[in-house]
Structures are given as C-alpha cells and as structure tokens.
Ligand binder design. Sequence first.
Ligand code: MN
Length: 222
Amino acid sequence: MSSLKDYEKKRTFTKTPEPGPKKKSTRTGRMFVVQKHRATQLHYDFRLEVDGVLKSWAVPKGPALDPTVKRLAMQVEDHPVDYAKFEGVIPEGEYGGGTVMVWDYGTYEPEETKDVGGALRRGELKFSVKGEKLQGSWTLVRTRDRQWLLIKHRDFYAAEGIDVTEIAPASIVTRWTLAEIAEDEGGNVKKAATGDPKQIPRRTGVKRRKQGQRKKVWHSNA
Ligand code: MN
C-alpha cells in the first residue's frame, strides 16, 4: 500500500512551502519527474507516479545515459503527486532543507507489465520515459532494502561519454540554475551554487528576472 504518512511525519507544513500529503492522480497516471535537490548533499530525486503517489528514489550522482553505468538510487518516502510542481527553497533546519529544482518532467510507460506497484514490490521495473532531458528505456532494480540501481537500457537515447547533468543543468520550468532559484526565493545562494556546474551552458532567449518577479510557468502534459 502506498501511503503519504512518512512524508507527512517528516515535515511541518507551516514551515515548509512543500505541498501537503494529498493523494491524487494525473490524467495519464504515469507522470515522471526528476528534481535536483541541494540539501546536505546534492542529489537527484527520481519520481514515478504509481497509484496516486510519487514513488521516489534519491540518486546521488543523477541519471546516466551510459548503459554501462549503474547509478545508486536510494528509495525514499512516497511523495504527493503535487510535489512534481515544487521548485523553490525548503528552509534550513527543516527536513531536506535547501534548494529544489524541477530538472526533468514528462510521462513514463512500464514495459512488460501494467502492474507498476507489483513490479516495484518484486524489486524490478523496466520502463520508458518521455521527458525533455531523459528519454527511452530504463530499469530500476533493487539490490537490498531501500537500495536500488537506476540503469539506462541500450537504445537510441543511450549515450556514452556525455554527462546529462553537466550539459543540461537547469530547470525545465524556469531554465534557472539552483543558485538563481535560491536567489529568487531567499535561499542560501552560495550553498545552492555548489550544485551548479562551474561552466554553465549559455542560455538563449532567457532573461534573468529581478528578485521577486518570478513568473510561474507550468505546463502539465501528464
Ligand atoms: Mn531530496
């Protein structure tokens, strides 16, 4: 049974801007989102919508497009579906305190099964994603307890020698870096900047806004 009890217990909703523990489903029921999160350590939260919640894994090094690379993915508490829209700052001292970015977003389809919850309980899910940065076929396989591996399958979208977290570091919602999100939301800019690459690829057609003039842009296709 998926539940948001753990999610709720870890947070004080009068102190964090994160969404409350409400179950719901998107139209497709198959949303996927990756959130880049500079908490105590930088990591990428990989989330798949399953039965009204987001099943979630913290991937310290982020997803790799190279099929020979197995990325550690620590399963964390289920998150509410509304969490996929969350980009901003969790106050220091609160659970997960730091800056959160919507790094990739889209839909996924399970492969070889329709029962995603069952596949995850058995410890292996093959699926394909349609995101902006991540596409094609992947596996999540459990090695023990909460420890899983995230592996890219060999397909058209596989790529060796390219670090997708380096070439595509910014938010897909605002095109902002972690430091820019922290600056806009009154977070710790210096800490957030340690999650940005030293060389940020030049953005085109995106003007930096002044603090507090943040435009809420959200296109849901799930
Ligand atoms: Mn996280």
